[in-house]
Design a protein around this ligand. Structure first.
Ligand SMILES: N[C@@H](CCC(=O)N[C@@H](CS)C(=O)NCC(=O)O)C(=O)O
Length: 234
């Protein structure tokens, strides 16, 4: 059985990690059987979650994992024409390489109360003293990543302005449709759901979350995908 290694479930959502949520959602949308092992990134092959074990294969990074799932099990993108496939890739990059960093900013840098909620959710599995030490090491490390990406160099209102443009693009791209492309779920939906629920459906407060919640189509989309693929969480 394929094993998905990811953070512990919390906040009433599939995963506090956007990328773990994306990967598990792909598995569910594709109807692939899997087991979960909860862990922290420290022991992951590339130092990040998710990763999978499938027989003798150990594979990290949601993009390589999904490529493997497409080849070995089911390709949710089969049938997309070249323009649809290009749109899917471009939107995934917007979500995962841009919007992601605005949400990371809200969790690790924006306010102390968000940081406390984030810290408890990620490191709460560790014994109390260890938890504090590991969090103390991790916070500057992630803040360096946010700074390295460039997002961490902006004023809060600039970070949110950039993130809100992504939310606008996602809302306009979805429109009144059930899925982002066509009438069935594709990889883009796994990605969009994983990142949107981690923006508007989690207890990290920010102008970005408020802005996303005003987009009725995105709110309905997140609720619908969650109810359909994670009925145990509804
Ligand atoms: N490109 C990777 C990104 C994975 C990623 O950034 N995972 C985060 C959690 S959302 C992580 O484990 N970060 C730990 C770290 O950077 O130390 C993927 O698609 O899986």
């Amino acid at each position: 059985m394929l094993i998905l290694y990811q953070f512990e479930r919390t906040w009433g959502i599939p995963n506090l990690s956007h990328f773990c949520c994306k990967t598990e959602t792909y598995l569910r949308m594709a109807g692939i059987e899997y087991d979960i092992r909860t862990t922290l990134p420290l022991s992951a092959p590339k130092g990040k979650l998710p990763y999978i074990r499938d027989g003798d294969l150990k594979l990290a990074d949601s993009r390589f994992i999904i490529q493997h799932l497409k080849t070995k099990y089911k390709d949710l993108d089969a049938g997309l024409n070249p323009a649809e496939a290009a749109l899917s890739l471009a939107m995934q990059r917007l979500i995962e390489e841009h919007l992601f960093w605005a949400t990371m900013y809200t969790r690790w840098q924006y306010t102390d109360s968000n940081w406390r909620i984030n810290k408890e959710a990620i490191f709460g599995v560790l014994p109390p003293v260890v938890r504090d030490v590991v969090a103390l090491i991790y916070r500057p490390r992630i803040k360096r990543q946010i700074f390295g990406h460039g997002t961490g160099r902006h004023k809060p209102e600039e970070v949110f302005e950039l993130g809100m443009a992504d939310i606008d693009a996602l809302s306009d791209c979805l429109g009144d449709n059930e899925y982002f492309i066509g009438n069935r779920p594709t990889t883009l939906d796994a990605s969009a759901f994983g990142f949107l629920i981690n923006t508007i459906g989690c207890p990290i407060e920010s102008p970005l979350k408020e802005y996303g919640l005003v987009k009725r189509n995105l709110r309905n989309y997140v609720d619908r995908i969650k109810a359909q693929y994670y009925p145990e969480l509804s």
